[in-house]
Design a binder for this molecule. Sequence first.
Ligand code: AMP
Length: 367
Amino acid sequence: MTRRSDAGTAAGAALPFGATIGILGGGQLGRMSAQAAAQLGYRTHVYTPEAESPAGEVASAVTVAGFEDFAALAGFVAAVDVVTFEFENIVPAVLDELDRLGALCRPATMALRITQDRILEKRFLGAMGIPVAPWGLATGVDIPYPAVLKTSRLGYDGRGQARVENQAEAAAALRQLAPHPLVWEAFMPFTLEISAVAARGVDGAVAVYDIVENLHRQHILAESRVPARIAEATRHAAEAHVRRVLEGLEFVGVLALEMFVMPDGAIIANEVAPRPHNSGHWAMDACQVSQFDQHVRAVAGLPVLAPRRHADVVMDNLVGPEGEARWAAAVADPDCVPHWYGKRGVRAGRKLGHVNRLWPLGTLARK
Ligand code: AMP
């Protein structure tokens, strides 16, 4: 790898067939990205600490090493043409090392630095004019209630957060949640959770998917539904917000913006996932271009495409033993497209696969 950054990259300078996309992380998002890359004519090299990983199983090459094994990281960077990420919690020291090695990262490491830290992320969203819940640094219990206390770093699927109603609960959460610093957020009595999944290419072109309605169970995404049951004005605002996030971060690749819809239709941004996102899986079977195709296109310097949705869809996550038990019915259902991630071991709360249930376009609203 010789190029150091996207500064000055000629638009349209796509990676040639057979070039190698390096993926940091070995989970299902890396797996589905590697599958999309193969379809578009690229090799993938997955870097993961896991000996047997969902992405490693389908990649052209795998490095099994800890992220902070900088000799292994240097070997990986030398072996690939571009580096991308399938999860955002890559510690700053590793991002520093990627920059020091001159790795061409898409998205750039700066996008991860901002979005992996709730404090920087909220400041960024605020600077972009995107509303967020009232928040502050949680250094004590003198905060507005009800609130949600969250770690500023390393949280996912509801880990590292607690809803608190009063000072006693906040004091307990301050002791239990780690690492510090924590932030408090006002508890938002939203009517709906939605997300916007969108891509930005090396040339700056942006493609936004239809807005998604999301249902969580035990803090884990259970279902995504498209089209979302939201007003036109809410849809337009959500699309405008995600576009601003992509442009503000000078992002190359796919990201998701998670949002709350308030009773009056107003939108509050919750967080940015700087990578393909679980709430975008529906597009694999309901659009001509999946979020993984789109991510590979962006990372490889190919054009991102305006998504065309040809079906209504409900994406159903298969989580833990109950999810595994639903697999047989899903593979026998002609209206479903099942996807399995090849994880070793079934545990409660673990995302094992998903199913896209398709409906003729325009008919889901009646269900
Ligand atoms: P997060 O880890 O920030 O994505 O939060 C996980 C889930 O917790 C969200 O999808 C919401 O369902 C809920 N949640 C997080 N923050 C708030 C908030 N400020 N008010 C109400 N619910 C929240």
